[in-house]
Design a binder for this molecule. Structure first.
Ligand SMILES: [Zn+2]
Length: 295
């Protein structure tokens, strides 16, 4: 295990923490602490239409009740916008971006037909105004992606993501850019996150290359699904977590990560329960677990 392990958990405060997000928090925490590494908390709140400060507070309080302790203060993305702007300008000056004036309805029509943006504005040479969106030019780039559990796979970027928006027409910075910048500036070495983000990984690796950032190691964690096999999310109203008597929930999540917790761990304090889990953590068990969704 490398000496300088830095892991992170990066929830979006668009609702309360649920089983699915807590599983990701737990996996990244255990892997970092078992490696003697740091574990950072980052609040991914740049999408101001979806995120609320009260959920940010709620998420941090819930994590603490479950015994999680992170290194340093939580990093709040909405307080770092000038930093992302700086990288956005660099990408623009280097010729990697183009301006797009397609309306939402045009994009939706293209999206339905072709799944990704068809590059209508790519060669139009439109000026970069504050009211248009700024897209990343992807051309025919192929990107290799490695994951500690899912293995190595090659993606053709125009097919899997298309020319993604890095700056929305309302000025908001895209999740991909903020994530890549923060992972690099915080020197994150390992990203353990939900498997639903695996398809987003190729374009993030591509962006890391453009910004000359090193790429962290990735481990995408199987998703927690409901009885209908759907991913638990805020959108499908996953139940909020209990805030007292948290042991049984953590025990259940440890089992989902392939661990076999001792029954008496349930009676430990939240902090002690996590300590026991750190001692017994074996990443290779998680890496052998099958994927929960088709790739
Ligand atoms: Zn366009």
């Amino acid at each position: 295990m490398p000496a300088g392990y830095i892991g992170r958990f990066a929830p979006s405060p668009s609702g309360p923490l649920h089983m699915g997000s807590l599983l990701t928090a737990l996996a990244s925490f255990l892997d970092a602490r078992a490696a003697g590494g740091q574990w950072l908390l980052r609040i991914d709140d740049i999408d101001h239409q979806r995120c609320r400060p009260q959920w940010s507070t709620h998420i941090q309080e819930t994590l603490q009740r479950y015994g999680f302790r992170w290194d340093g203060p939580a990093l709040v993305q909405s307080q770092r916008l000038p930093l992302y702007q700086q990288y956005l300008q660099q990408l623009r000056e280097a010729g990697y971006l183009y301006a797009c004036t397609c309306s939402r309805s045009q994009r939706t029509a293209q999206h339905t037909a072709q799944r990704v943006y068809a590059g209508v504005c790519r060669n139009r040479g439109l000026p970069f105004t504050s009211t248009c969106s700024w897209r990343l030019r992807l051309d025919d780039t192929a990107q290799w992606v490695s994951d500690l559990r899912l293995g190595t796979q090659q993606f053709l970027l125009p097919e899997c993501s298309g020319d993604i928006i890095l700056r929305r027409r309302d000025g908001a910075i895209a999740y991909h850019l903020a994530t890549v910048v923060d992972d690099a500036l915080c020197q994150v070495t390992h990203v353990l996150r939900g498997e639903d983000l695996w398809p987003e990984t190729p374009v993030q690796l591509f962006l890391q290359g453009l910004c000359q950032f090193p790429s962290p190691q990735y481990l995408h964690v199987p998703l927690v699904t409901d009885t209908h096999g759907r991913k638990l999310s805020k959108q499908n109203h996953a139940q909020a977590l209990p805030t007292h008597h948290t042991g049984p929930v953590v025990m259940q999540l440890l089992t989902r990560l392939g661990m076999v917790p001792e029954p008496d761990w349930q009676d430990l304090s939240p902090e002690q329960l996590l300590q026991q889990a750190v001692i017994h953590w074996d990443r290779s068990t998680l890496c052998r677990m099958i994927n929960t969704q088709r790739r």
